[in-house]
Design a binder for this molecule. Structure first.
Ligand code: 13P
Length: 287
C-alpha cells in the first residue's frame, strides 16, 4: 500500500540518513526501483514528473500501475508515490488520482502567490493524508524543458514556507538538475546550515542528486537533508546498458527482437544504481 512520505522522512531526519526519491518513467523503472528497495528493506519514494506522467498516459495510469506492481511483487516496504515539481494544477490532479505525496514547485511565483497556493494545497493534502513538499530558491539545470539557475535559498523565506505546514522542504543550495558543469562550485553548506537552523525539525530535500560527490552527499545528510532526488543517473545507466546490448547485436533474435530482452539490461542497471545510492544514503534496513 502506498504511504505518505511524512513518517519515513521524519524518521530519516531523526536517524541521520536520507530516503532516495528515484523518478519513474515506465514499468521497467518502477519494477527495478521497487525490487532494489525491497531487497535492501529500505523505504523509497517514486518520483513522477509532469512530463513522465503524461508519457505514461496520465496520473490514474501511474497510480494503477504502481499499486498493481506492488501487489504482484509482494512489496512490503513503505513506498510513497510523489509528484515531482508539480504545478498547482498538476498537484490537484495527483491528489485526485491517488498519489500519496506531491511537490508544489511554486518557486517561480512571487512569494505572496507561492504562500497562498501552498497554504491551499497543504490543507487539501492533509485532509487526505497526503504529504506535501515545497521549494524555495530555484533549483538549476533543465528538467522537462524548464531551466533554472541554481540559486541559494533565503533562509527566512524557507522558514516562512516551512511554517505553512508543509511536510518537507526543498531549498536551493547551489544544486542543479542533470550533470554538473566542470566549474560548479559545489553545494553551499553555509546556506544549508542556515536553512536547517531556521526550519528546525523540517526534513530537507536535496534535488539534483546526480553527480554530487559522495562526501558532499554525506555532509548534506548530517546537516538535515532527509530526502535525495535522483533522476538523470537512472537515465544514464539505462541508456548505456541498452546501447551496449544493441551494439553487441544481442537484440537480433533472427525473428525481430523481444522488447522484454531488450529492456532487461537497462532495468538491471537501474536496480544496481538504486542499491548503491540507497547504501550511500544510509536507508538500508530502515523500512
Ligand atoms: P537529477 O536529474 O540531477 O538526478 O535530479 C533529480 C531531481 O532533483 C528530480 O526532482
Amino acid at each position: 500500500m502506498l504511504v505518505s512520505a511524512t513518517e519515513m522522512l521524519k524518521k530519516a531526519k531523526e536517524g541521520h540518513y536520507a530516503v532516495g526519491q528515484f523518478n519513474i518513467n515506465n514499468l521497467e523503472w518502477t519494477k527495478a526501483i521497487l525490487a532494489a528497495s525491497q531487497e535492501l528493506n529500505s523505504p523509497v519514494i517514486l518520483g513522477v514528473s509532469e512530463g513522465a506522467g503524461k508519457y505514461m498516459t496520465g496520473y490514474h495510469a501511474v497510480v494503477g500501475m504502481v499499486n498493481g506492481i506492488m501487489q504482484d511483487m509482494g512489496i512490503t516496504i513503505p513506498v510513497a508515490l510523489h509528484l515531482d515539481h508539480g504545478s498547482y494544477e498538476g498537484c490537484l490532479k495527483c491528489i485526485e488520482a491517488g498519489f500519496s505525496s506531491v511537490m508544489f514547485d511554486g518557486s517561480h511565483y512571487p512569494i505572496a502567490e507561492n504562500v497562498e497556493k501552498t497554504t491551499e494545497l497543504v490543507k487539501l493534502c492533509h485532509e487526505k493524508g497526503i504529504s506535501i513538499e515545497a521549494e524555495v530558491g530555484s533549483i538549476g539545470g533543465e528538467e522537462d524543458g524548464v531551466v533554472g539557475m541554481g540559486e541559494c535559498a533565503d533562509p527566512n523565506e524557507c522558514k516562512m514556507i516551512a511554517d505553512l505546514g508543509i511536510d518537507f522542504l526543498a531549498a536551493g543550495i547551489g544544486n542543479i538538475h542533470g550533470k554538473y558543469p566542470a566549474n560548479w562550485k559545489g553545494l553551499s553548506f553555509e546556506t544549508l546550515a542556515a536553512v536547517q537552523e531556521k526550519t528546525g525539525v523540517m526534513p530537507l530535500v536535496l534535488h539534483g542528486g546526480t553527480g554530487i560527490p559522495d562526501d558532499m552527499i554525506k555532509k548534506a545528510i548530517t546537516l538535515g537533508v532527509a530526502k535525495i532526488n535522483v533522476n538523470t543517473d537512472c537515465q544514464l545507466v539505462f541508456a548505456a546498458a541498452t546501447r551496449e546490448y544493441i551494439e553487441a547485436g544481442k537484440d537480433q533474435q533472427g525473428k525481430g527482437f523481444d522488447p522484454r530482452k531488450l529492456l532487461a539490461p537497462g532495468t538491471e542497471a537501474i536496480k544496481k544504481l538504486v542499491k548503491e545510492k540507497t547504501e550511500l544514503f544510509g536507508s538500508v534496513g530502515k523500512a
